[in-house]
Write a protein that binds this ligand. Structure first.
Ligand SMILES: Nc1nc2c(ncn2[C@@H]2O[C@H](COP(=O)(O)OP(=O)(O)O)[C@@H](O)[C@H]2O)c(=O)[nH]1
Ligand SMILES: Nc1ncnc2c1ncn2[C@@H]1O[C@H](COP(=O)(O)OP(=O)(O)O)[C@@H](O)[C@H]1O
Length: 178
């Protein structure tokens, strides 16, 4: 049986950190997605994202795609199947619109974790450390929207507060032991 875990939430809440932890410690395979955003320092094409131009982006077949903070992001069935070739447990990081689309479309065993941080100033500080244009990113309408779990995902997602990493690890262990 194939399983897919969707991780969603606003920018900077720790989605990628949690995904990396699941890959390193729980045998998950990461589903790579495509974006027209420029790579950040340390990000590598084909490892973190498939980095695309506006024209190369549309050469792929997407299950869903969105515009987030003026850039395009999309995920394909091929990407998902590639992950499932090496592990029955795949993990993908999406915005909440993408998570809602997966809820409608994906028939495999699907779980969703909505990640949040209880203080917006903590979030801003974390983003500041990660990005140069952090304030603008958090101010984007999509990041602001994803600061709250949308009603359509409320009963579908486990809500995980990622304030203290040691606590987050315990919550993850508990959720994955079920
Ligand atoms: N719907 C959708 N969202 C995506 C996809 N790939 C990434 N995202 C989301 O796009 C948003 C922006 O991602 P990113 O540029 O890495 O910024 P960050 O959230 O600030 O780390 C995040 O909410 C990601 O989860 C995708 O293929 N589809
Ligand atoms: N529990 C935590 N405590 C402190 N810093 C954290 C925690 N979780 C993540 N971070 C840091 O916050 C920043 C944003 O995390 P990241 O995983 O990139 O977020 P997202 O993928 O949701 O945008 C990174 O610098 C990361 O190392």
């Amino acid at each position: 049986m194939k399983h897919l875990l969707v991780i969603c939430g606003a920018s900077g809440v720790g989605k990628t950190t949690i995904q990396d932890y699941l890959v390193k410690n729980y045998g998950f395979k990461r589903v790579l997605t495509h974006t027209t955003r420029l790579p950040r320092k340390h990000e590598v094409d084909g490892r973190d994202y498939y980095f695309e131009t506006r024209s190369s982006f549309f050469k792929n077949n997407y299950l869903e795609y969105v515009e987030y903070d003026h850039c395009l992001y999309g995920s394909s069935a091929e990407g998902l199947n590639r992950a499932w070739q090496t592990s029955d447990w795949a993990v993908i990081v999406l915005d909440t619109e993408g998570a809602a689309a997966y809820k409608q479309k994906v028939t495999a065993d699907l779980k969703c974790w909505y990640i949040y941080v209880s203080s917006e100033s903590t979030l801003a500080a974390r983003l500041e450390e990660r990005d140069t244009n952090a304030a603008a990113r958090l101010a984007s309408s999509e990041a602001q929207r994803d600061l709250h779990v949308p009603p359509k995902l409320k009963d579908f997602c486990n809500l995980i507060r990622n304030d203290e990493w040691q606590e987050t690890k315990k919550i993850i262990a508990k959720l994955l032991s079920k």
